[in-house]
Design a protein around this ligand. Structure first.
Ligand code: BG6
Length: 453
């Protein structure tokens, strides 16, 4: 059942849905009969979300549908709306008696990010939703957690004697987490102006990648044990003082430039964006996870729009060996690296050194790779397929618990507070390049380089 403010008949809604499914579905091999069966289960209800009385009527309609499918009043309310509408919607649902959760039926709520715009607004929002639904019925979506390779990070780490013993500051020199996009803000200027890369990507997706890479092994694989370990990583992040932000965080905004040999406009020229906007479309930073496993190991994070390539990847760079024995004449021996490729290629690549065949003593770097989605038949499910199924099953492991949101905001707020003190000089990178010069300097001054292709 879809609820919207537009005046549409159910038939019109089903036609729209049919077109969308045909256009976006990743498999095209279903029959029209099967599709019609699915479409016959789509319903549309017109509702002004601020009209309290409308909710009771919606409730009656849903009860009718319950009778057809035997769904017993079990419901998932998926709020794909702007954050300012969350509060009135959940309060109206409660007043209309649509949230019961008394053991006879369940009602769950799914909330899209951003969950608030800073810590205070997130706390307020959380209180309202919690009062109505309770934490166990709240599903905060971060679609990165539904990606196949994110779920694989724990398996790679904890199911391999080859990696787990090395996963610490004795053997790892540094970690890079990169999520780069070629797209601009598309038609989302109004939203993006308030969010920026820090709130849009870093507060959620990037920190999730960091947590999964750095967390301790959970005692058991249940939803709370995993999330307990993840949140400890956020608690261990080195505090971001103004001085640290100035030294370790770089923000950028794209100007016009070339993507795929086509000229694209700068961010300030995009639809619904202020021509003097100070919103960042790029952020790079160096953070440290201050615990015994990671003390002294920098994590470099980079994300941005209108960069030269679309990919998300975690790179673990192992320490360089002391140049001993006959290798001492060979300067520049490359360190081992492990690349966990999240998208578009899903897989793992390990680089190590071998002797180049021949009579000369030369060492070359070679790569060994496992590609999960290279095989045409091996299509990973879309992140949302997995996540929505989990909501139906009542499994919240791949959803963000409140304390993850809270500590993520604490970290991000410390950066935005420091940024508010200084006006940025934007735009500072042309579309189609790897971000502002400061991002290169950030890592090169430590004697390292970004692993961007
Ligand atoms: C969304 C952001 O959460 O993630 C978008 O709001 C971004 O700005 C998108 O483009 C990236 O997701 P993916 O799955 O394409 O990496």
């Amino acid at each position: 059942m879809s609820v919207g403010r537009r005046d549409k008949t159910e038939d019109e809604f089903r036609k729209d849905a049919e077109q969308a499914i045909k256009r976006f579905s990743r498999s095209n091999n279903g029959s029209q009969t099967r599709l019609n069966q699915v479409l016959s289960r789509f319903y549309y209800y017109r509702l002004d979300i601020y009209n309290k009385d409308g909710y009771a009527q919606l409730g009656d309609y849903l009860s009718e549908i319950d009778k057809v499918y035997g769904t017993n009043g079990n419901r998932i309310f998926y709020l794909a709306v702007a954050p300012e509408h969350f509060k009135p919607i959940v309060e109206n649902l409660r007043s209309a008696g649509m949230v019961i959760n008394d053991g006879t039926s369940w009602q769950r709520v799914v909330i899209e990010k951003p969950f608030g715009s800073d810590l205070n607004s997130a706390i307020m929002l959380n209180e309202v939703i919690n009062r109505v639904f309770g934490e166990e019925h709240i599903y905060r979506i971060d679609h990165y957690l539904g990606k196949e390779m994110l779920q694989n990070i724990m398996a790679i780490r904890f199911a391999n004697a080859l990696f787990e013993p090395l996963w610490n500051n004795k053997y790892i020199d540094h970690v890079q987490i990169i999520s780069s996009e070629t797209v601009g803000v598309e038609n989302r200027g109004a939203y993006y102006e308030k969010a920026g890369a820090l709130r849009d990507m870093l507060q959620n997706h990037m920190l999730q990648l960091l947590m999964l890479t750095a967390m301790e092994p959970p005692a058991i694989l249940d939803n709370n044990s995993i999330r307990d370990e993840k949140v400890k990583v956020l608690k261990s992040l080195s505090g971001m003082t103004y001085e640290k932000v100035r030294q370790h965080v770089v923000r950028g905004q794209y100007g016009s430039g070339q993507i795929d040999n086509k000229t694209v406009p700068g961010y300030r020229e995009e639809n619904k964006v202020s021509p003097s906007s100070d919103t960042e479309t790029f952020v790079a930073m160096k953070v440290e996870v201050e615990n015994f496993r990671w003390g002294g190991v920098p994590f470099y994070l980079l994300t941005g729009k209108r960069l030269p390539a679309k990919f998300t990847e975690i790179v673990i760079q192992f320490v360089s060996l002391p140049e001993v024995l006959y290798f001492k004449e060979l300067r520049g021996l490359k360190p081992n690296t492990l690349h966990i490729r999240i998208q578009p290629m899903e897989g793992v690549e390990l680089y190590f050194n071998t002797k180049k065949p021949g009579i000369r003593n030369e060492i070359i770097q070679v790569g060994m790779d496992f590609c999960q989605n290279c095989d045409a038949d091996a299509v990973s499910p879309d992140a949302y397929e997995r996540l929505l199924l989990d909501v139906m099953k009542g499994d919240s492991t791949l959803f963000t618990r409140w304390d993850e949101v809270e500590y993520a905001w604490r970290f991000v707020d410390s950066i935005s507070r420091a940024w508010a003190e200084e006006k940025p000089v934007f735009p500072n990178y042309p579309a189609g390049t790897w971000g502002p010069y400061g991002a290169r300097k950030l890592i090169e001054k430590d004697g390292r380089q970004w692993h961007v292709v």
